[in-house]
Design a protein around this ligand. Structure first.
Ligand SMILES: O=C(Oc1cc(O)cc(O)c1C(=O)O)c1ccc(O)c(O)c1
Length: 181
């Protein structure tokens, strides 16, 4: 069962790029459902529609930038696997775990649901992510559809767009949160 709406208008502009059914397929480098969110290029490779609502997969490409504000997902789990580059990840689970870790190529982080987290890209970086099915559409709701293959330019969503995307896709922004790093 999906955590998110299955008749989701955020996927309409991307119809036909992925099979939207659990069938075998391949994508070439740079192919997928692509959105620019701030200065990061998100490419969705797999959605809940292909995995019977089990998980989604995507890449994030970005350059040196500011820290993404602290936030949590109440029910969605996610991973960061650094394909290339360097990114710091802050995590605080309000229990015994709090960390700031700088991940480099080949490093991995798991962010369970409920963990407050943030990240900052230090140089040209590509991250492979997997998340609870449906969460991947968050990037379309926050961003602007694009044909770019490398991050270029900036798309800044309005506060209202961010608020609505967060509400729909299980993302609670906590800009005042102080990490215990
Ligand atoms: O979701 C990921 O990144 C985000 C990017 C934004 O511009 C705003 C956000 O709130 C988020 C977020 O984390 O919610 C993300 C990126 C990379 C990755 O491997 C993930 O698992 C998630």
């Amino acid at each position: 069962m999906s955590l998110f709406p299955t008749d989701d208008p955020d996927k309409v502009p991307f119809a036909g790029i992925l099979p939207a059914a659990p069938r075998p397929f391949v994508l070439g480098n740079g192919e997928g459902e692509k959105s620019l969110v701030f200065d990061q290029l998100f490419t969705i490779l797999l959605t809940g529609d292909e995995t019977e609502d089990q998980y989604g997969a995507f890449t994030m490409q970005g350059r040196k930038g500011d820290r993404i504000p602290a936030h949590l997902h109440k029910a969605a789990h996610e991973i960061f696997y650094v394909v290339d580059g360097e990114i710091s990840v802050w995590m605080d689970d309000a229990a015994d775990h709090h960390s700031k870790t700088t991940l480099v190529t080949g490093d991995f982080a798991y962010v369970p649901a409920g963990t407050v987290h943030a990240f900052q890209i230090h140089n040209s970086t590509k991250v492979f992510g997997v998340g609870t099915a449906g969460f991947e559409r968050f990037f379309h709701a926050m961003g602007q559809q694009t044909d770019l293959t490398e991050p270029q330019g900036v798309y800044v969503p309005s506060f209202e767009v961010m608020r609505a995307a967060g509400e729909k896709y299980d993302t609670v922004f906590m800009p005042e949160f102080q990490f215990r790093d």
